[in-house]
Design a protein around this ligand. Structure first.
Ligand SMILES: Nc1nc2c(ncn2[C@@H]2O[C@H](COP(=O)(O)OP(=O)(O)OP(=O)(O)O)[C@@H](O)[C@H]2O)c(=O)[nH]1
Ligand SMILES: [Mg+2]
Length: 398
């Protein structure tokens, strides 16, 4: 049959390609590649190898240098690799050149994330948002291959290479599609706004955090609701809001899409309305996977994303999750190391000393310290609640 499908097939063989900064430590590089592999595996791909090149800036023509490209090409042919995934966004011309040189599906980080979102989106709103972000991303990147792919996807199915004319027709089609999606989204957003307003004044708490840290698991514990939690990146793409009542005080708890490094900007842009739950909330629960070696980087990414969406100044509780998985290095080894990683106790002391935010250390899966977490949360919820309703308990009693 020949031809390519738009999206990689389950179990397609994939290789990863990333640039390494001269001053990046080895562990960071491994972590970043692991994350890219996790993204690819979330989409069902079979990652067989990764290539890195020490370079501060990508090559204008082909992202990696000539020699590295040859090396990748040799491997791709020998091992019958079907997809090559680049860790950074490719420019339209890099994409074209790489397609020409490697003759397999070329993906980049953004497109991978967009496709995961596309697969995961449940509600009409999330679906429309992802389609919009994806179309906006693809518009300047239409190549002969993509045009061919998108046509197959849309069922128009032209066989053989598409010409410049067809690319132009497809551009027009995608532009129209973008306009339609935008209108659709506006309509959905209006409905949602009405819904959000009709909830009245009630304290609103939002779970935020890097992807896969345990937000949905915590949501499930707090609400006993059936929320999907999975060891996959971006298990949650839609927002869920539930009412919780603790100590007679009601509040709304929302679970939403997780953040990640280099989240495509189009995606943030089109997810702004989903993130409205975060923007309009009174209190943030910033969940952190403390067992992840890069958790502090992840926290920085989350904080930056919160700044980007204008939600950085809210009262926040840092919830350090997965303490059951936290790896401690034994004393003897620790003494021999120049710069040993902190123990859990040291971490606790550091974050308590920082003191701007409340912090708790829990295991959502083992339900460790959940009581303490509830107390810290309720203290903040009550404070907010009584600012909104100074007479609440009095009214309730009499
Ligand atoms: N060991 C351990 N695993 C946990 C804990 N909490 C959650 N997990 C696991 O971590 C994985 C991700 O959990 P989720 O609740 O889906 O994470 P999330 O933050 O909602 O992830 P996204 O929706 O993908 O952003 C699942 O496999 C959970 O079972 C914990 O306290 N300890
Ligand atoms: Mg989730």
């Amino acid at each position: 049959m020949g031809g390519f499908e738009t999206r990689p097939q389950e179990n397609d063989k994939a290789v990863l390609v990333a640039l390494v900064n001269r001053d990046q430590p080895e562990e960071t590089v491994i972590e970043y590649l692991d994350e890219l592999a996790f993204l690819a595996e979330t989409l069902g791909l079979n990652v067989v190898k990764s290539f890195t090149q020490k370079m501060d800036k990508p090559d204008i023509r082909s992202f990696v240098g000539k020699g590295k490209l040859e090396e990748i090409k040799t491997y791709v042919i020998a091992e019958e690799v079907q997809v090559v995934i680049f860790d950074d966004d490719l420019t339209p011309s890099q994409l074209r050149n790489l397609e020409k040189d490697l003759k397999v599906k070329i993906y980049d980080r953004s497109l991978l994330i967009l496709d995961i979102f596309l697969e995961r989106a449940q509600t009409a709103q999330a679906k429309t948002q992802v389609e919009l972000a994806r179309s906006t991303y693809l518009l300047p990147r239409l190549t002969r291959m993509w045009t061919h792919l998108e046509r197959q996807r849309g069922g128009t199915g032209t066989r053989g290479g598409a010409g410049e004319k067809e690319i132009e027709t497809d551009r027009r089609m995608i532009r129209n599609q973008i306009a339609v999606l935008k209108k659709k989204l506006e309509k959905i957003e209006k409905q949602n706004e009405v819904q959000r307003k009709s909830r009245g004044t009630i304290v609103r708490v939002a779970l935020v955090g890097y992807t896969n840290v345990g937000k949905s698991t915590l949501m499930r514990i707090m609400t006993k609701a059936d929320v999907l939690a999975e060891n996959k990146l971006f298990a949650t793409v839609d927002s869920t809001v539930r009412k919780v009542v603790i100590d007679q005080i009601p509040f709304l708890l929302s679970d939403t899409v997780g953040f990640i490094r280099k989240l495509p900007t189009h995606l943030i842009e089109s997810f702004k309305s989903t993130l409205a739950e975060v923007m309009e909330s009174d209190i943030l629960l910033h969940v952190v996977d403390v067992s992840h070696p890069g958790f502090e980087d992840q926290m920085a990414t989350v904080n930056q994303t919160l700044v980007d969406i204008g939600a950085a100044d809210k009262p926040t509780i840092l919830v350090f999750n997965k303490i059951d998985q936290f790896k401690t290095i034994d004393e003897e080894m620790r003494e021999e190391m120049d710069n040993p990683p902190p123990t859990l106790d040291e971490l606790k002391r550091t974050y308590i000393a920082k003191g701007e935010d409340a912090s708790v250390f829990i295991s959502a899966v083992n339900k460790t310290n959940i009581e303490e977490f509830r107390e810290v949360l309720m203290e903040k919820v009550k404070k907010r609640h009584f600012t909104i309703f100074p007479n609440y308990l009095k009214d309730a009693r009499y």
